[in-house]
Design a protein around this ligand. Sequence first.
Ligand SMILES: Cc1ncc(COP(=O)(O)O)c(C=O)c1O
Length: 413
Amino acid sequence: MTIDFKRKVHEMSNQQIPLIDLIAQNQVIGDQLIEASKRVILSAQYIMGNEVKAFESEFGAYVGVEHAISVANGTDALVIALKALGVGEGDEVITTPFTFFATAESISFVGAKPVFVDVEKDSFNMDPQKIEAAITPKTKAIMPVHLFGLACDMDAIMGIARAHGLFVIEDACQAVGGLYKGKKLGTMGDVACFSFFPTKNLGAAGDGGMIVTNRDEIATVCRALRTHGSGENGKKAYNYLHQIEEVVEADLSTDNTVYNPLKYYNYLVGHNSRLDEIQAAMLRVKLTYLDQWNTKRREIAEGYTQGLKEIDVITPFENAFASHVYHMYILQSEAKDALIEHLKLNGIATGVYYPIPLHLQKVYGGLGHAIGDFPNAEYLSKRTFAIPMYPELTQEQQQYVIDTIKGFGETNE
Ligand SMILES: Cc1ncc(COP(=O)(O)O)c(C=O)c1O
C-alpha cells in the first residue's frame, strides 16, 4: 500500500499557510513514521517495551542527562517531578504568569501555591531580579519556563535557588534542543520537563512527555510514580523515602504482555502516566531530525526578523546567552487584533499565546491578584501573537507572510 501524504484539497481551502504544518512534515518523514508504528504493531508490545527504553536512552543522551523518564504528557511530567521533589500542601513555588496554564496547574495540582513573578518585557521569561522578593519561608522551588524556546537566565536563577536552598524545575516543554551558554536546556535545574504535544518542536502523534534529571533518587521516585508506585522502582523509591538500606532485586521482565507479579506490589500512590510504544517509536525517528529542524527554525526566524525590520512590529529578542529554538515566532504589535484579521483575510494563520496571564485567570481568583500586579505579563498578553513557524515553511511562503504584514503597515500609514 502506498500512502498519499498530500494535503486534501478541502483542507487547503481557507487557510493557505497554517501556523504549524504537520502534513508538510509527513511529506518528508511520513514513511519512516509508518514504518516505526508498524514495527510496534508487529511486535504487539504496546506499553513500556523496547521502543520506550530506547527513546529514553536516546533522548537522555541528546539532552546530556543521566536519567530520562518518559511519561504520558508534559503536564504529568511537571506534576510527577514536583511530587518527586517532595513539593506539596503548604509549599510555595515561584513561577511566571506568562506561560501555558499547565505550568501553574501542576503546582496547584500537588497542593502547593503558585507564586508569580513578572517577566522581562524583551525575553518574555521570568525576571530573575524579581525572584528574591517573592521568597518566603514556605518557598520550596522555582519553576522557570523557557518560553517559546528561549532560555531563561539559568545562572541567575540557579544562584538564587542555591542561596536559599530551593529546588529548580525547568519547564522546558517548549524548548527541546535550546541552549543556555552552550548548555542544553533541561540540564541545569534539579529536574526538567518536556512535552511532546504534536505541535511542539519535537512532537508525537498524540500526547507524550519526559522528565530528565541527573539525580538518581529523584529519577527512581519519578519512575515509581509514573506506574502506580509499583514493582522494583516502587520498592526502591519507598526505601529511599524512608531511608531504608536494602538491595532491591532487578525486575528483569521486559514483556508487558505477560503476567508480571511485581506490578501488583505497590509502595507509593502514583499515576498511570506512560508514554506508549508507538509514540516512542515515532519520537525516535523525529529525534534524529531535531537538530536540523531547530537550525531551520532559526534560519526562518532570521528571515522574518530581517524581512520585518523596517516596519511597526517588534520581532523576537534573543539574549546573548541563548540559542533560541523558536517553537513559536512571536511578534508584538499595537494593532495586534487588526493585523491578525488582515493576515487571516489573506490566508495566513496566527495564534495568541497567551491572551490572559495566569494571575488574572478565573481559576486563580483565590490568589487575590488584580490588574497591574504583573505589568509586563499583562502588556505582552495584549500585544503578542505567533506567525507561521515550522521547518518546512518555504521561502515563498515566508516571503508571502512578510509581504502581507508589510502590506498591513502600508494600509495603516
Ligand atoms: C510551557 C508549557 N508547560 C507545560 C505544558 C504541558 O505539556 P502537555 O500539553 O504535554 O501536557 C506545555 C504544553 O502544552 C507548555 O507549553
